[in-house]
Design a binder for this molecule. Structure first.
Ligand code: MN
Length: 696
């Protein structure tokens, strides 16, 4: 038999694969249709924008690769695998970058259907496989992380392991030497695509080894496959690994000794040695630490106790059992059927246990957080497919009946997923009017300039404005966020000083590598303690380092909603890690006034919330005049409550806040446009976002 004949698929099987694939693709267009119907607000440059922050990192990398250059230390994802793939598609297929960003996940993630069906074909279980493939493509958590516009590595992080599992199962089921290359090649691909995939691949390799020891000891092909897998995950040069794997493979295929168990053992021994010498055993499980041990994310090179960002990331939080089931199988019933089916399936087809690495990783969600559930999706879906198959066989249904009931059950199981997809109407990360502002910054700012903004906007700013940022979706540890939080929360003097310090020290730190910026500042300014240093920053005449570039503040309206969270990162005593009391800050709409939940006295000197009366120290009202200029009326009262109200008339929003929040740079610059003319210069004063240049 020739090499390619071995991989021939019948027309029927090809058709099943195509149908499942198209279903998965089609389901992802429901969101695209919905979003295009909403219209302009989600559209930039004629194309629907993406809905994941991190996507802009890959997009920035691809944009820079297309341009052929990027700036030193601009944190661009230049050369990143997803950026590179995107670059190839744009460059060699001539597809617009924005289209690739929107649709790549739709097509790549749907390949999961292909992998699931290929596995099922190895067991001659096309019917079970088809149901499984349909479900795997659209199950809740898998959909959420691979929908259209979800431009992230997730689009292949589950697909590739499914193909690895397929390759291993095929070796075990067919015992054909041609097949031993499949899994190792996908391991190499995974290696390139997703560096954190190491633990999953090691676990899968281990399971394959265990299966061999228990059920298939005499098969030399298994040892050869193991050897190739170990080379695949060893920390060696990528190209060297490809060469080694191909060399061993062709030796096996073309040599007469290919079934000699001694030679197989010798090869396995050598590759295991290679794997171990290169440190292969050390990092196993190590990468999962960040998610298992929640509080150890901060690196040890600082004595300060920053606010840990893990505490605010939703995807790492504990989840309850029902959500867990729904994320994996879209409904609790389907989840239970899947478990039962999986039990029977593994009993009948023991080699399927090589997929249990994925299952285990998925079930780690119970401990480690939502993000892991996606790995269990295809494995549990296979369980469901087999459940349907044995159920119908149990009742010995004739062909016509079989098909009808099969279709009914599968549609019933898919129904919750489709409902979920219809309800999952996420918005794009940026709105069109925000992007307009970002594109204006691009024209104003130099590529070496910094834009100070919260990390949510980091990647997007870098993509649309091509500037540098202090924090982003990948750089947001407590120590990174501290300075930006400080600059938004403190008054304008302290803010300006901190912004200049942080930018200049960040730039120096790339070369000098002096640990945390803050420690170095304290040292160089000769302060005895952090507190002493922070007091210096309140001085307008504080001598900041020489200015090497411009700094812009990006203050979007949307930040009003997350401002209390932002404040947490600097509103604490870094020496002890203890939080200061939360500042008072409430945003409410004028609906509350209309519904009489909240009311003001006629003179606006008191506000009543739930029957509780609060005296105000001041009442401000902002509104836009006919020239789209912000007008502020302010009234200060002689009270001592420390509470203020700002009414943003055009947005229909009220802010109830304390003095610290009122004086914060964000509120002064964004809400009131009350900037210190010696420190800041407005560049763009738009409703959606305000951008100031730091004059210091
Ligand atoms: Mn750049």
């Amino acid at each position: 038999m020739h090499f390619f004949e071995n991989f021939h698929l019948s027309k029927q099987k090809t058709l099943l694969i195509l149908m499942a694939f198209m279903f998965s693709v089609g389901a992802r267009f429901l969101w695209v249709d919905w979003a295009y119907d909403i219209g302009d607000i989600f559209i930039n440059n004629g194309v629907l924008m993406i809905n994941t922050n991190d996507g802009y990192a890959f997009a920035e990398g691809a944009r820079d690769m297309l341009a052929g250059f990027h700036q030193e230390n601009d944190l661009s994802y230049y050369g990143n695998p997803l950026s590179t793939l995107t670059y190839w598609i744009v460059k060699y297929m001539g597809i617009k970058l924005e289209f690739v960003m929107l649709y790549l996940s739709v097509f790549l993630s749907s390949l999961i259907c292909v992998g699931v069906l290929l596995i099922a074909f190895e067991y001659n279980q096309a019917k079970a496989g088809f149901a499984a493939a349909l479900l795997a493509g659209v199950a809740n958590s898998y959909y959420n992380r691979t929908m259209a516009g979800y431009f992230d590595t997730d689009m292949l992080t589950v697909v590739i392991p499914v193909f690895i599992v397929w390759g291993l199962i095929r070796v075990l089921e067919r015992k054909n030497p041609f097949d031993i290359i499949i899994a190792p090649l996908f391991v190499l691909l995974y290696n390139w695509w997703y560096t954190s995939g190491f633990s999953l691949v090691s676990l899968t390799t281990l399971l394959f080894g265990l299966y061999t020891l228990v059920f298939d000891r005499k098969n030399s092909l298994n040892y050869l496959t193991l050897a190739l897998m170990l080379i695949g995950i060893a920390s060696l040069n990528f190209y060297l690994k490809i060469l080694l794997i191909l060399a061993v493979y062709f030796y096996v295929i073309y040599s007469k000794n290919k079934l000699n168990i001694k030679i197989s053992f010798a090869l396995l021994f050598v590759s295991f040695l290679l794997f171990t010498i290169m440190g292969g055993l050390n990092p196993i499980w190590f990468q999962l630490k960040f998610y298992i041990f929640r509080d150890s994310a901060e690196l040890a090179n600082t004595s300060f106790r920053y606010f840990n960002v893990n505490q605010t990331i939703q995807e790492s939080s504990m989840i309850d059992l029902q959500i867990f089931c729904e994320r994996i199988s879209s409904s609790v019933i389907v989840f239970i059927c899947s478990l039962v089916g999986l039990g029977f399936f593994c009993y009948k087809y023991k080699s399927f246990i090589v997929s249990f690495g994925m299952l285990a990783l998925g079930f780690m969600a119970l401990k480690g957080g939502l993000r892991f559930t996606i790995y269990a999706v295809p494995i549990m879906a296979m369980g469901f497919g087999y459940f349907v198959y044995i159920l119908l066989n149990f009742f010995k249904l004739k062909n016509g009946f079989f098909s009808a009931i099969y279709a009914l059950i599968v549609l019933g199981a898919l129904y919750p997923s489709i409902m979920h997809i219809k309800q999952y109407q996420v918005t794009t990360v940026f709105y069109a009017n925000e992007v307009e502002n970002l594109e204006k910054i691009k024209k104003i700012a130099d590529r070496e300039d910094y834009v100070l903004a919260w990390w949510d906007y980091g990647y997007g700013l870098r993509y649309y404005s091509d500037v540098k940022t202090l924090i982003d979706g990948g750089k947001h540890l407590g120590r990174d966020n501290y300075a930006v939080s400080f600059a938004l929360f403190k008054d304008q003097n302290a803010s300006a000083n901190m912004a200049r310090l942080e930018v200049e020290y960040t730039q120096r730190n790339f070369k000098e590598k002096f640990g945390t910026n803050l420690n170095q500042m304290i040292k160089e300014y000769g302060s005895n303690s952090l507190d002493e240093f922070l007091i210096l920053l309140n001085d307008k005449n504080f001598k900041t380092p020489p200015k090497t570039r411009e700094i812009y503040y990006y203050l979007p309206e949307r930040m009003l909603d997350i401002f209390p969270t932002i404040v947490q990162f600097s509103n604490l005593d870094l020496n002890t890690g203890k939080k200061y009391s939360d500042p008072f800050f409430i945003v409410f709409s004028d609906e509350y006034i209309k519904k009489h939940i909240i009311s003001f006295s006629d003179d606006h000197k008191t506000i009543t919330i739930n029957g509780e009366e609060i005296e105000l120290d001041g009442y401000f009202e902002s509104r836009y005049d006919e020239n789209e200029k912000l007008q502020i009326t302010s009234n200060f009262y002689d009270m001592t409550s420390g509470f203020y109200v700002i009414y943003m008339r055009d947005q229909g929003k009220y802010l109830l806040l304390d003095k610290n929040m009122l004086n914060s740079t964000f509120i002064q610059l964004y809400v009131l446009e009350n900037y210190d003319k010696e420190l800041f210069e407005p560049v763009i004063l738009d409703r959606a976002a305000k951008i100031y240049r730091l004059k210091k």
